[in-house]
Design a binder for this molecule. Structure first.
Ligand code: DGJ
Length: 637
C-alpha cells in the first residue's frame, strides 16, 4: 500500500459518503486520509518504509520520521530518517546514524528518539545501543547534529550514572538502559526514560540543559517490568504508555496518569478499547501531539513486529484522545481522517451489531417539555406505542432530537403519532456532529391524515431531529408522538443460527460468529488455509449481503463464500481469494438464494491466524456501513 494524500474535492466527497454530508462544513481545509496500517507502507520511491520503534519530530512545516533500520537477523544496523509534508507521503532522506558513524562500528540501535535543543541549536538523538554479539551492553547512545536529517555525530555511549559511586546494575557501573524514549516538557526541560535492572525498573532521567547528559534519576516504575515507554502531556497531566516485557511479542499495552512527571503514576489502563487483545498485535513506540487551530490530536504510533522477518514489521497509527480530561481507549478503524490545520480528526468507533431500530433506548432531547409529566421525550424510544412525548404548548416549531451515539447508515424513519385523525407537518434533519445539519425529509406542507408516517432517510448520521413545523388537517393541539423508530434496515438473519466449522480452538467455537457479540470469536484450529465455517439459516431465503467482522484488524484475509439450498451443490457468491486489502469489516453484496452459507479461508496476511468475531447475513439491499466514526473532534472535546 502506498500512502496517499487526498488534496482535492474528491476527498471531501469520499468523506461525505462515509460520514454524512454534514461533516463537510465542519472542516475548512481538505482533511487527510490516514491509513491505520498493518499492511506494507511504501515510501515515495515505492520501497517499504524501514523505521521501526521510532518517533516523529516536526521542524517548521516538515515532519521527520526516525526509526530503526531493521535487518533480517533482528539487529538494527542504523537509524533511518524519512520526511513528509503531511504525515502521509514519506520520502527517504538519510541513514542518520549507523555502524559507519565513527565510534559505532560494533553497534545495533533500538528505539531512537530525537529532540531539538533551542539553546545549542542542535538536534539530539538518544537511543538504546547494543553490541552485535549479545544483548548485554544495555547502553544509551547520545548523538547530535546541526540539521534534523544530517549525519549525527556520536557524543557518547554509556549507562546513566556510570560515574556515580555505588550505582551498579547487574555487576556493571551505571543503570542498564534498554527500551527508551525522550520527552520535552513545556519549559524545555528534557527527560530520557528507559528500562533498567534487566527491564524490571523504568527510570526517568532529567537531562542537562544541552540534552547530552543525565543529571537526575528517578525509579518511577520499580519492579513494573515495563518496556517501550512513550510519554505525553495533556492539560498539565502526564500519561505514560508502556508495554509489558515480552520481547518482540505483542502484549496488552497500558497507560498511566500522573500529576508530576516523576510520578506517582496511577493504575494501568488498557490502551485499546478491547480487553485481552494485544494492542492490535503491536507495541507502542511514540505519541505525536498534532496541534491545530481548533484542538490537538495525539497520533499513537505502534510497531507490529514480524519476528521472523523484522524488516517486514508493520506500523499501526491511530488517533488518541481525551474527553473532559479522561483518556479514551484507542479504537480501530482501517483508516481515519486528519486535518492538520485544525488539529481535528475523525475517531473510529467500535463496531456494534446492527439492531433494526437504532433509536431504541437512545438519549432524546426536545425544545419544549422536559417536565416530569408522563410525556417525557424518551417515551418515543421506549419501544412502547402506548406511551409518548407531547410538546408542552401548542406553538410550532417544536423539535425533538435523538442521539444514536455514533454515525450509522440510516434507511428509514417510522413515526407513530397519537391519534389517527390528524395530518402532521414536519421536517427531519440529520447531523454527524450536532452542529451542522442537513435536510433529510420535508413534509412541511403535508395534508395526509395518518397515524404513522414512514419516510426514506438514506443517509449517514448520528443525530436525527424531528421538527413539527405546523398544523395540518385535523390538528388542533400540540404535537404528540408515541414512537419514533430509525431503521437501519439491516436485520441480521444469521443471528443465533447454528454454525458448523472444519476446526476450532478450545472455547472459540464456530457458534461465536452468530452470537451477536463482537467480543467473542471463532478461531480456526491452525493458521493454514482451508478452514471453513457454515451457517444454517433454518430456511431458504433471498440473500443480498453479508458483513464479516474479523477479530484481528490490520491484516488482509483471503476467502470465498458459497450458498447452497441442500449442502450438496454450492454456488459461489463472493471470491476474495486474491485479496490483499486490509478491511476489518468487509460488507459483500450479492444476489443468492439458499439456506446455507459457507465461508472458506484460502489465505491470510503474513503472521495472521484468522478468527471471525461475527458473520452477519442480510436480505437484499439491506447491509450496514463498513466503517463507523464519530464526527471530527480534537482531544478534550
Ligand atoms: C524488547 C523491546 O520491547 C522490543 O521492542 C525489542 O526491542 C526487543 N526487546 C528486542 O529484543
Amino acid at each position: 500500500m502506498t500512502f496517499r494524500r487526498n488534496l482535492t474535492r474528491f476527498c471531501r466527497i469520499c468523506l461525505a459518503g462515509a460520514l454524512g454530508v454534514a461533516a463537510i462544513a465542519s472542516i475548512e481545509a481538505a482533511p487527510l486520509t490516514m491509513n491505520t496500517g498493518g499492511a506494507i507502507w511504501n515510501d515515495t520511491e515505492g520501497r517499504q518504509i524501514n523505521a521501526h520503534g521510532g518517533c516523529i519530530l516536526k521542524v517548521g512545516k516538515t515532519f521527520y520520521w526516525y526509526g530503526e533500520n531493521q535487518t533480517r537477523h533482528g539487529k538494527s544496523s542504523g537509524v533511518n530518517c524519512y520526511v513528509s509534508p503531511d504525515l502521509v507521503n514519506w520520502t527517504f532522506k538519510n541513514r542518520v546514524i549507523s555502524q559507519g558513524t565513527p565510534g559505532l562500528s560494533e553497534s545495533q540501535f533500538e528505539r531512537p528518539k530525537i529532540l531539538y535543543n533551542s539553546g545549542t541549536r542542535k538536534y539530539v538523538m538518544w537511543a538504546h545501543r547494543e553490541n552485535l554479539r549479545d544483548y548485554a551492553d544495555a547502553q544509551a547512545v547520545v548523538a547530535q547534529c546541526d540539521t534534523p536529517d544530517g549525519n549525527y555525530a556520536l557524543v557518547k555511549m554509556f549507562r546513566p550514572f556510570d560515574k556515580t559511586a555505588n550505582t551498579v546494575d547487574h555487576g556493571k557501573p551505571g543503570f542498564m538502559s534498554r527500551d527508551c524514549t525522550l520527552f520535552q516538557d513545556d519549559d524545555g526541560t528534557a527527560w530520557f526514560i528507559s528500562s533498567s535492572n534487566e527491564n524490571q525498573d523504568l527510570m526517568f532521567y532529567k537531562l542537562s540543559p544541552d540534552y547530552l547528559d543525565t543529571v537526575e534519576h528517578y525509579k518511577v516504575l520499580p519492579r513494573g517490568s515495563r518496556e517501550a515507554p512513550a510519554l505525553l502531556k495533556c492539560d498539565g497531566k502526564y500519561y505514560l504508555l508502556t508495554s509489558a516485557s515480552t520481547g518482540w511479542n505483542a502484549n496488552y499495552n497500558t497507560l498511566q496518569e500522573a500529576e508530576k512527571i516523576t510520578g506517582p503514576y496511577g493504575p494501568q489502563q488498557g490502551l485499546i478499547s478491547r480487553i485481552g487483545d494485544s494492542t492490535f498485535n503491536s507495541q507502542v513506540s511514540f505519541v505525536l501531539p498534532i496541534t491545530g487551530r481548533k484542538g490537538t490530536v495525539y497520533l499513537f504510533m505502534s510497531d507490529r513486529w514480524k519476528v521472523w522477518n523484522l524488516p517486514n514489521s508493520r506500523y499501526i497509527w491511530l488517533p488518541l484522545r481525551f474527553e473532559k480530561g479522561t483518556f479514551q481507549p484507542i479504537v480501530w478503524g482501517d483508516c481515519w481522517q486528519l486535518d492538520l490545520e485544525s488539529g481535528l480528526a475523525t475517531f473510529p468507533v467500535d463496531p456494534t451489531p446492527s439492531p433494526d431500530n437504532l433509536a431504541r433506548g437512545r438519549p432524546v432531547h426536545c425544545d419544549k417539555n422536559n417536565e416530569r409529566n408522563g410525556k417525557e421525550p424518551d417515551r418515543i424510544v421506549d419501544g412502547d406505542k402506548k406511551t409518548g412525548w407531547a410538546a408542552d404548548g401548542g406553538d410550532a416549531p417544536q423539535w425533538i432530537k435523538i442521539d444514536l451515539g455514533q454515525s450509522y447508515a440510516l434507511n428509514d424513519s417510522k413515526i407513530t403519532w397519537e391519534g389517527d385523525q390528524r395530518a402532521y407537518r414536519y421536517r427531519i434533519d440529520v447531523s454527524v456532529d450536532d452542529v451542522h445539519w442537513s435536510p433529510a425529509v420535508d413534509r412541511t406542507t403535508n395534508e395526509q391524515i395518518s397515524e404513522t408516517n414512514n419516510d426514506r432517510l438514506n443517509c449517514n448520521a448520528r443525530y436525527v431531529r424531528l421538527t413539527i413545523t405546523g398544523k395540518g388537517a385535523g390538528m388542533w393541539f400540540w404535537a404528540t408522538c408515541e414512537e419514533w423508530e430509525l431503521l437501519s434496515g439491516s436485520t441480521n438473519v444469521a443471528f443465533k443460527k447454528s454454525v458448523t466449522a472444519s476446526s476450532a480452538q478450545w472455547g472459540r467455537y464456530a457458534a461465536k460468529i452468530t452470537d451477536g457479540d463482537f467480543g467473542t470469536y471463532w478461531s480456526t484450529g491452525d493458521d493454514k488455509p482451508g478452514h471453513w465455517a457454515q451457517i444454517d439459516l433454518g430456511r431458504s431465503a433471498d440473500l443480498g449481503a453479508c458483513r464479516i467482522v474479523w477479530q484481528n484488524p490490520g491484516y488482509f484475509y483471503q476467502y470465498k463464500i458459497e450458498a447452497s439450498e441442500d449442502r450438496m451443490s454450492w454456488t459461489p457468491v463472493v471470491d476474495m481469494s486474491t485479496n490483499t486489502k486490509v478491511v476489518r469489516m468487509p460488507v459483500h453484496r450479492f444476489k443468492a438464494r439458499g439456506r446455507y452459507l459457507k465461508l472458506t479461508l484460502t489465505g491470510a496476511d503474513d503472521g495472521c491466524w484468522p478468527s471471525i468475531a461475527e458473520w452477519e447475513v442480510f436480505s437484499q439491499g439491506k447491509a450496514p456501513a463498513e466503517q463507523q466514526y464519530s464526527g471530527f473532534r480534537g482531544s478534550s472535546q
